[in-house]
Design a protein around this ligand. Structure first.
Ligand SMILES: Nc1ncnc2c1ncn2[C@@H]1O[C@H](COP(=O)(O)OP(=O)(O)OP(=O)(O)O)[C@@H](O)[C@H]1O
Ligand SMILES: [Mg+2]
Length: 252
């Protein structure tokens, strides 16, 4: 479904963040990307999404070479993402946050949403219905009018996933959805992703929370120093001694 082949990224200043990394995100699966801090996981997601420019290699989306296309073009073809740090618009309401994620929305409507704070028009248009259905699924509809900035870490992550889903994506790249989430609530994100996978959505998952990786990932890539160290099932890669040393190396 989404594929990176031999991707190289050199940041300004000459630092090589990816030194020829290849990953494949199979359709309808959750593919994990794990590895120590600085391994290049977020950079690889950036390349897959079209936000980070690759110095070499290729990205294919549903069989089509998309390396030269940017993030907006790829989003229109069904590629959405959520970020390591939540990007909610803190002063807008929960509902407004989901509605403004819809790219088809006109500038005018967006402005009226911004200026009609607290008095969002409740017309039953398609976007509103869709936003309501999504927020109900994650139990955030009851907080629809609350400023997004006042949500808990876990609720912000669920909101962020809902924002991504407004695009009707075929693929969602999630960068550390458990970051800043109370451990007792990580299960809610896990259950939501499982349900979406059942419905056919393809996921890429960058995570440090191994419980989440074990619970969700059908296939796992281990990245270290800009390269894929190993890949396979969670149990397979976690038993790998190289993987253990990559992590220990990061902690030293
Ligand atoms: N914009 C940038 N300019 C220069 N160097 C960068 C930039 N972004 C990331 N890097 C460097 O590239 C390397 C890989 O970063 P990246 O964010 O992809 O790692 P990561 O695997 O996502 O790490 P973490 O688990 O901490 O999120 C790091 O050494 C980082 O400092
Ligand atoms: Mg990262």
């Amino acid at each position: 479904m989404l594929e990176a082949r031999d991707v190289r990224v050199v940041y300004e200043g000459g630092f090589t963040a990816l030194a020829g990394a290849s990953v494949t995100l199979a359709a309808g699966r959750v593919t994990g990307l794990i590895g120590p801090n600085g391994a290049g996981k977020s950079t690889l997601f950036g390349v897959l999404a079209g936000a980070v420019r690759a110095a070499g290699g290729e990205v294919r989306l549903a069989g089509e070479a998309v390396t030269r296309h940017g993030p907006v073009w790829r989003a229109r073809r069904g590629l959405a993402r959520t970020f390591q740090l939540s990007r909610e618009l803190a002063s807008l309401s929960v509902l407004e946050n989901v509605l403004v994620a819809k790219p088809a929305m006109s500038g005018e409507r967006l402005l009226s949403l911004v200026f009609a704070r607290g008095a969002v028009r409740r017309e039953e248009d398609a976007a509103h219905e869709k936003a309501r259905a999504l927020l109900q699924r994650v139990d955030l509809w009851k907080l629809a009018d609350v400023p997004a900035g006042s949500l808990s870490g876990g609720q912000k992550k669920l909101l962020e996933i809902c924002r991504a889903l407004m695009l009707d994506p075929r693929i969602v790249l999630m960068d550390e959805p458990s970051a800043g989430v109370n451990p007792t609530r990580i299960g809610e994100i896990v259950e939501f992703v499982k349900a979406l996978r059942e419905e056919g959505t393809t996921f890429g998952l960058v995570e440090h929370n191994m419980g989440m990786v074990r619970a969700l990932c059908d296939h796992v890539y281990v990245l270290a120093e800009g390269r894929v160290l190993t890949e396979g099932s969670f149990d397979h890669v976690i038993a790998d001694t190289q993987v253990a040393s990559a992590y220990l190396g990061a902690q030293a």
